[in-house]
Each structure stands twice: as structure tokens, then as C-alpha cells.
Design a protein around this ligand. Structure first.
Ligand code: C2E
Ligand code: CA
Ligand code: CA
Length: 598
């Protein structure tokens, strides 16, 4: 009965809307944005969450979305999606979910909402529409959070530039754009590396270094238009994408501008820096690489060539560069892999080249041996130290590689001298870069003691140019090692800047005359005089003089006549592996006959 009564009452007073009203009252406080529209799209109800301002809340009733846009000051196209969704919800008579982005131009604010539309029907057949519910939640802060995360993933936080990750994605985009335009619009990549940046970090600290990087970023931006992109893709590496250059002249003008701007002096926290420069390698797509890996490899090659041209300059990539540069790059990569995986023992070997001394009785004996590093890379094959040592220096891997060398030599020493009457000294090549490490001498001495070797059995070979390195650490390390009793030899004497006059200032035990002079001995008297004067000078100063690269008996006799008593070269022996050198050590008599029989 109650039910029936109720039913008749509802019918009399437009019962459906009354019940909807009741429902609306009920849901007023639900923590959701709620609006209800009649079938013509007019607002019948809004809650406080949907419109906070009570005046607007009142005004909007009976009006359409156009008023909502005006009253809420949102941009007119913000509700386009909502309108489409409304139509779809009506057509398909179903619940729809979507996200909505409302832009408020006056406040320059964008808000994001999760929306649900639900049509409400008055009958069970679903053809008598009462209206449409709109529910929503503000998800702006979540979206902003996601955007921030995305920003952080794609940007370098120090400079605010896009990062390496972004660069990768942008490259894909640029490539597909160029492809879509039938390759008619090439783009250029300027791969830019700061030349002396490490010095700043090392001498002034990272804080100043960071400030310099920021300044550099703004200087680069000054050289570019809005159409160009700049990325920081490494510590001191930047990539610039130029998509709007008509020809290489325009690209060159930009590269020159960047080089000029970056090489102008910096004033950072009172530090005046005038030695910072940059080198740039340039490639264009599709000409210089059909995919991004090739393109960037070639950009790297071009950059390397710019560096080799003397830094502070740019270089376009050309196919001619690839052969030698690819080899160098592969060597670099493989060297890094070797050091990272610590596979020294598998691919490195130390060979020994005897240093021969002529005794007063006219016999030749082995005084020492020079340790020479050998690298056999499984993919490349044997690599010449003349090629890989400079790369090890350039990549700063020389200290770790050098450490492996001296340890190996120390451990070889003990096995060499085990039943040897006159143990030879072993001479180890050092690059000064190794000596830039603070307290290196302590490490070397400790290692020597571990192997129980007297320091006089070890000679350090440092090239003439390197020995003049003014670096404080270098001097300290070398002096401490000499003080401890190590021998010091000046290597490649004659090719560098140290003239004979310097010789007395250097606390060396030995001087090795560079092989280029020995090679030229037979060609002119000029070289004979020069070599003779080095020998005499050395003798006067009480230093051992070693002639390197002795290949011919004529030269040996000539050197002998000048008073030289120590020799090294193919005439006596090639550098030998440990086993062969051991055998050689015990064949001194054979050596004597060999020399006299030549
Ligand atoms: P270097 O110190 O001047 O070594 C002498 C080079 O001359 C060696 O070349 C040796 O094989 C070569 N040689 C010896 N006798 C003759 C000869 O009669 N004629 C000719 N034409 N050459 C001869 P290698 O082994 O190719 O080494 C090249 C350079 O690599 C070395 O020149 C040295 O500067 C560097 N190096 C080698 N091992 C090491 C190392 O362990 N550490 C460092 N820092 N440098 C190394
Ligand atoms: Ca040497
Ligand atoms: Ca040498």
C-alpha cells in the first residue's frame, strides 16, 4: 500500500525530477565534482566542488556550457572534447571516461580532470532521457608531478638543457621528419666538446666548473634560433641540432660563432678564465650516416679530427676520415673495455729488449732491458704501442695501464734473476700523466717492497719533453723515486726541447739518444757530430749514454769510436717475451760471437 501511494504521488508531481533532486541533495557532499545537465545541455545542478564560487554556482543553472566558459574564464576550445564525449554518451547511451584539460588564459594555468559522463534515463527502455551526469576529479597535481618527472628525465638539471636521453629521442624525430620530407630537408648536428674543461674542475673545483657550464650553455643558446635545439649529452659535451640551415655556409657561420663565443674569457666568482675553448665535429643527415648510430659515430670522428687540428676549431665529417678514425675509436672502446673488465693479463704482455754494454775487455754483456708493453686485441690483432700509448694518455687510462705494467715488470724481475749472476736492471717507460697522481711514488715503492726488489734494479724512462713538465705532482713523484734509489733515464733525447745545456740540471742516471739520430748517422757528418757531442757531454756529467735503435754494425762501430758503451737495437735483439728474454740472458757468450761475426 505504502508503495502504491508513494507511486501515485510521484506521478502527480513530476515524480522523476523530484527523485533526481533528492538524489542530487544527497550527493552534494560527495568528494567529487558533480554537475547534472538536462537533455538540452543546460545545467540543472552543480555542486560546490565543481564550482566553488556561490554566485557563479547560482548563475550557471539553466545555462549551457558557453556560459560556463565565460563565467569560469576558461579558453573556448577547452570544452571541445567534453562536447564530443557528450554526443557520444547520448548516441551510445553509455558511461564514458576521459581526461579533460582546461586552460585559464588569464591565470596562464592549465588544470587536468578525470571525467565521467553518465546519461540518466527515466524508463527501462533507455529512450526517455532525464539528463546527463558529469563527475570529475582534479588530477592536476598528479599530472604536474608526472610532467616534472618527465622534465627531469629529459633535462640536465644543472644547465636546464635537454639531456642525452632527450637527444636520442629527438634524433629519431628529426630523422623521421627528414624521411617524411623525402630527404629534401637535411639537418645538421654539431658535436661540441670543451677542450680544457678538466683543468677548471681540477684546479678550481666542481662548483666553479658547474658555473662555467651554465655560462657556456647560455652562450651556446645565444648563437642559436628558436628552431635549433641544444642538448648537454655528457659532462663537457653538447650536441646542437640545426634544422633550418639552407647550406653548409650557414652551418659554418653558426659553428664559428659558437667557437668565438665560448673562447671569449669568463669571469666566474672573481676567477678570470681565458683558456677555455671548444672543438666541434659536424655531420648532416642523411649524407653522413643513414641511422643515428652511424651519424653520431661519424660526428665523433669529425670531432676527433677537429681536436687533432689543434682544438678551438670545427671540422666537417668526410668519408676519408673513417678508416683511421674508426680504428682509433675502436682502439679507444676496446681499451676502455679492457680496463673495465680488468682483462690485462689476457691481452697485455710485457716484452723486454736487452740493453747491451760493452765492457772494457771488449766483450758485450746485458746491462739491462727495456720493458715494452704489447697489446694483442682479439678483434683488432696486435696494436702498436706507438699508436695505443698516446690514446691511453688522451683517454686518461695511462695511470691504470701503467700501474699494470710496473707491477708486471716487478713480478717478472724476480723470475728473471732467480739464477742470474749479474741481474740486469729493468727499464720501465712512464708517461708524465702517470706522475700527476698525488703520492704515486709511495704506491710504487710499496709495490717494489712487496716484491722485495732493490730500487737500483729499476730504471724509470721518461721522455725528454715530459721530464720538463712543471706540474708540481710530477716533480714531487720523480724526485721522491730518485731519492729512494730508482734509476732515471731520459728517453728519446734530442727530439724535444731539452737542449744539451739542460742535461746537467736533470738528475738522470742515463740518457737514451733517440733512434732517429742513430738512423741518420751514416747519412751526414752533421748527425755524427751531434751524437758525438751528446755522448761526450753525458760522459762529462757522469751519465750513462745509451744509443737506441742500433740496427747496423757500421753504426755500432761508429758509436763505439765516439765513446758510447751502451746500445739497444735490433742488431742485438728485438724485444723478447719473458721466456725468450730469460733464454737470452743465459746466452751471453753466444751474443759475443754474434757481434764479432756480423
Ligand atoms: P720507446 O720508449 O722509444 O721504445 C723504443 C721503441 O723502439 C720500441 O718500440 C722498440 O721496439 C723500438 N726499437 C727497438 N730497437 C729498434 C731498432 O733497432 N730499430 C727500430 N726502428 N726500432 C727499434 P715499441 O715497442 O713499438 O714502443 C713504442 C713506444 O711506445 C715506446 O717508445 C714508448 O714510448 C711507448 N711504450 C711502450 N711501452 C710502454 C709502456 O709500458 N708505458 C709507456 N708509457 N710507454 C710505452
Ligand atoms: Ca723508452
Ligand atoms: Ca726511446
Amino acid at each position: 500500500m505504502f508503495h502504491r501511494n508513494n507511486h501515485t504521488e510521484d506521478k502527480k508531481d513530476t515524480p522523476d525530477y523530484i527523485s533526481i533532486k533528492k538524489v542530487l541533495d544527497l550527493i552534494q557532499d560527495i568528494p567529487l565534482e558533480i554537475a547534472f545537465f538536462d537533455p538540452s545541455g543546460r545545467y540543472k545542478f552543480v555542486n560546490e566542488r565543481y564550482i566553488a564560487d556561490p554566485i557563479i554556482r547560482r548563475k550557471i543553472i539553466g545555462r549551457k556550457e558557453k556560459s560556463y566558459i565565460e563565467l569560469m574564464e576558461i579558453s573556448s576550445d577547452s570544452l571541445k572534447k567534453r562536447e564530443e564525449m557528450f554526443q557520444q554518451a547520448l548516441r551510445e547511451k553509455k558511461v564514458l571516461h576521459f581526461t579533460e584539460k582546461l586552460y585559464i588564459p588569464k591565470q596562464k594555468k592549465t588544470l587536468f580532470y578525470k571525467r565521467t559522463l553518465k546519461p540518466l534515463f527515466l524508463n527501462e527502455k533507455d529512450d526517455l532521457l532525464a539528463g546527463i551526469f558529469l563527475f570529475g576529479t582534479d588530477i592536476s597535481s598528479t599530472i604536474r608531478g608526472q610532467k616534472e618527472v618527465k622534465y627531469m628525465a629529459y633535462h640536465d638539471l644543472l644547465t636546464g638543457l635537454k639531456n642525452r636521453y632527450a637527444f636520442n629521442e629527438y634524433l629519431d624525430l628529426f630523422i623521421s621528419d627528414t624521411e617524411a620530407a623525402d630527404k629534401s630537408s637535411p639537418f645538421y648536428i654539431l658535436y661540441c666538446d670543451l677542450d680544457n674543461f678538466r683543468v677548471i674542475n681540477e684546479s678550481l673545483g666542481h662548483e666553479i666548473g658547474d658555473k662555467v657550464l651554465k655560462e657556456i650553455s647560455s652562450r651556446i643558446k645565444l648563437c642559436l634560433t628558436n628552431m635549433d635545439h641544444v642538448f648537454r649529452i655528457g659532462g663537457n659535451e653538447f650536441a646542437i641540432a640545426l634544422r633550418n640551415c639552407a647550406n653548409t655556409d650557414e652551418v659554418q657561420a653558426i659553428a664559428e660563432k659558437i667557437i668565438y663565443y665560448l673562447s671569449s674569457s669568463y669571469n666566474i666568482d672573481g676567477n678570470h678564465l681565458s683558456y677555455l675553448t671548444c672543438s666541434i665535429g659536424i655531420v648532416s643527415y642523411p649524407l653522413d650516416g643513414e641511422d643515428k648510430q652511424k651519424l653520431m659515430k661519424n660526428a665523433n670522428i669529425a670531432l676527433y679530427n677537429a681536436k687533432r687540428k689543434g682544438e678551438n676549431t670545427f671540422q666537417y665529417f668526410s668519408q676519408k676520415m673513417t678508416d683511421s678514425a674508426h680504428r682509433i675509436l675502436t682502439i679507444k672502446e676496446n681499451m676502455h673495455a679492457l680496463v673495465d673488465n680488468k682483462t690485462y693479463d689476457d691481452h697485455f704482455e710485457v716484452h723486454y729488449q736487452p740493453i747491451i754494454e760493452k765492457a772494457s775487455d771488449g766483450t758485450y754483456r746485458i746491462a739491462g732491458a727495456e720493458a715494452l708493453l704489447r697489446w694483442y686485441d682479439p678483434k683488432i690483432g696486435a696494436i702498436d704501442p706507438g699508436q695505443f700509448i698516446p690514446i691511453a694518455e688522451e683517454t686518461n687510462l695511462i695511470p691504470v695501464i701503467g700501474e699494470w705494467v710496473y707491477r708486471k715488470v716487478f713480478s717478472d724481475f724476480n723470475s728473471l734473476v732467480s739464477n742470474c749472476k749479474n741481474p740486469p736492471y729493468l727499464s720501465i717507460n712512464f708517461s708524465t700523466k702517470q706522475f700527476r697522481v698525488k703520492n704515486l711514488y709511495k704506491k710504487i715503492i710499496k709495490e717494489l717492497e712487496r716484491f722485495n726488489i732493490e730500487p737500483r734494479h729499476i730504471q724509470l724512462e721518461i721522455t725528454e719533453t715530459n721530464i720538463l713538465d712543471e706540474h708540481y705532482q710530477v716533480k714531487e713523484n720523480i724526485e721522491a723515486l730518485i731519492q729512494h734509489g730508482f734509476r732515471l733515464a731520459i728517453d728519446d733525447f734530442g727530439v724535444g726541447y731539452a737542449s744539451l745545456a739542460y742535461l746537467h740540471k736533470i738528475p738522470a742516471h742515463a740518457v737514451k739518444i733517440d733512434k732517429s739520430f742513430i738512423k741518420l748517422l751514416g747519412t751526414s757528418e752533421k748527425y755524427q757530430k751531434l751524437v758525438k757531442s751528446i755522448i761526450m757531454m753525458g760522459e762529462n756529467l757522469g751519465k750513462d749514454i745509451i744509443a737506441e735503435g742500433v740496427e747496423r754494425t757500421e753504426d755500432l762501430y761508429l758509436l763505439d769510436s765516439f765513446g758510447c758503451t751502451k746500445f739497444q737495437g735490433y742488431l742485438f735483439s728485438q724485444p723478447l717475451n719473458l721466456q725468450d728474454f730469460k733464454a737470452y740472458l743465459h746466452e751471453e757468450n753466444l751474443l759475443t760471437t754474434l757481434i764479432y761475426s756480423v
